[in-house]
Write a protein that binds this ligand. Structure first.
Ligand code: ADP
Length: 484
């Protein structure tokens, strides 16, 4: 069983209007460790009624919260950031237990997650308006920015802390209040964040966490006319549904959806660096990030050498329970996720793919899958069109820059893309030609709190992180001041 230095961080109740509470009907939802199958505990299985109560509390808390100065809100957010960092080890243990990622990655995510709270608290002090040149001598034109109001957030299980803080950080900093529904698989990290928010002095109702039935809670969050903005990270299918459900109340939306990132290795690339980047981008979090390299395109002249080097590097990954020392690849989140990787491998092999490494469930059982590399794949295969969300690197072959760009852009998604080259002309052409919201050039890791994270095409709307991420929680007001 999970041993925390501060056991009160493991909360098994939802947090609504500053109080820890159960579902109205007492129903619960079990939470399991994906590495062992062990039950870690349970959380309330809430639905529409409890969500309505949380929205009402957020609405009631909003006037006082927005009235605080940015500096006052920043001071609370700073305390929250400091508390998260002070309890980093407990939060990392909690995350590895419910999500499966190796402890080193979990520790990294806690620091990354806290950075959004710190950064947005600081940034909100710099929200500024404008005065415009008036076309009339007796009137002045002013532009101010105001918090949009009550916000709803629905978050995924792959980054159980960071996907929350990069929504609640800017929302609270801007003067909004928020109701969060975390993923069913990883509610404990969300509830621990709420516990620390309370200790930091976030007032009752400003941040509530409702756990339970996704469709019922999501239905209420989207239908409510009080909720002015919905921010969601998850699959494109659910994002599309939430967008439709938000249409009747014309909500502002931020959607961070599916990826299918291309990773292109040109023949002038530093191959060792490209392998290192591919390894980080592909196998981090066992391949379960929306910016993971999903399709690796390698130019003909370096194809075999790159494949050899990637196989040698991926072979060194240590698969196991993320809580154990030295483990670099944990389990996938559940059986369905494993089946998807199996399906992608089987489909590629049936159509002529050559398995260079792995390809099977790992002997450890549960959600474990072998680090896998498959060569000779093409765009008729599932690995070309569908996000694998697992530790499978498919290697496509290409000949010209034009071909690489066309292949990379042949997807409805457009979140992240990566490429390796040393030629400055090619770097500009390809960076400009890629249809994605983010481009990593000669690097496989791009995320931080200062940069705008988000996609184009069906990968979503809006940006998180950066000063652009704060704009998503603000509305513009134009004031025309006459009688001068
Ligand atoms: P994944 O397949 O990676 O779990 P999802 O998009 O299904 O991605 O999940 C992301 C988040 O969306 C989770 O918090 C999940 O509970 C939530 N979710 C899933 N279905 C719905 C729905 N119908 N309405 C609202 N939220 C949903």
């Amino acid at each position: 069983m999970l041993q925390l230095k501060d056991p009160s961080l493991l909360r098994q109740q939802a947090y609504v209007n500053g109080a820890w509470c159960d579902a109205d009907n007492g129903a619960t939802l079990a939470v399991h460790n994906p590495a062992t199958g062990e039950k870690l505990g349970s959380v309330p299985l809430m639905g529409a009624a409890e969500t309505r109560a949380a929205i009402a509390a957020a609405h009631a808390a909003w006037p006082a919260w927005r009235k605080k100065t940015a500096k006052e809100r920043a001071a609370i957010l700073r305390r929250w950031n400091d508390l998260i960092l002070a309890h980093a080890e407990d939060l990392a243990q909690l995350m590895t237990a419910e999500q499966g990622k190796p402890l080193a990655e979990a520790r990294g995510e806690v620091a990354y997650g806290a950075s959004f709270i710190e950064w947005f608290g600081e940034e909100a002090k710099r929200i500024a308006g404008e005065t415009l040149a008036s076309p009339w001598p007796d009137r002045r034109l002013l532009v101010t920015k105001e918090p949009i109001g009550v916000c709803a957030a629905i978050t995924p299980w792959n980054f159980p802390i960071a996907m929350i803080t990069r929504k609640v950080g800017p929302a609270l900093a801007a003067g909004c209040t928020m109701v969060l529904k975390p993923a069913e698989a990883t509610p404990f990290c969300a509830l621990a964040l709420a516990e620390l928010a309370e200790r930091a002095g976030v007032p009752a109702g400003v941040f509530s966490v409702v756990t339970g039935d996704p469709a019922a809670i999501g239905g209420e969050l989207t239908a409510s006319p009080i909720v002015r903005k919905l921010t969601f990270t998850g699959s494109t299918a659910v994002g599309r549904l939430l967008m439709a459900q938000s249409a009747p109340t014309i909500k502002k939306l931020s959607l961070e959806l599916g990826g299918n990132a291309p990773f292109i290795v040109f023949d002038d690339a530093d191959l060792d660096a490209a392998v290192e980047g591919a390894l980080a981008s592909k196998y981090r979090n066992a391949g379960q990030t929306c910016v993971c390299a999903n399709r690796i395109y390698v130019q003909d002249g370096v194809y075999e050498r790159f494949a050899e080097k990637l196989v040698a590097a991926a072979r060194k990954l240590k698969v196991g329970n993320g809580a154990e020392d030295g483990v670099t690849q944990g389990p996938l989140i559940n059986e369905k996720a494993v089946q998807k990787v199996e399906q992608h491998v089987a489909d590629a092999v049936a159509k002529g793919g050559r398995v260079l490494l792995g390809g099977q469930r790992h002997a450890l059982g549960h959600g474990f899958f072998e680090p896998t590399v498959i060569a000779d794949v093409d765009n008729t295969m599932l690995v070309a069109t569908d996000e694998t969300f697992g530790p499978l690197a498919p290697l496509f072959r290409f000949h010209t820059d034009e071909e690489a760009l066309a292949l990379a852009n042949a997807t409805e998604f457009g979140l992240a893309s990566y490429f390796y080259s040393r030629d400055i002309g090619r770097i500009w052409r390809v960076a400009e030609g890629l249809e994605s919201g983010m481009v990593g050039v000669n690097t496989g890791l791009i995320s931080n709190e200062i940069a705008p994270f988000g996609g184009v095409k069906q990968s979503g709307l809006g940006r998180e992180g950066s000063h652009y991420g704060l704009d998503d929680y603000l509305v513009i007001k134009y004031i025309c001041l006459g009688g001068i």
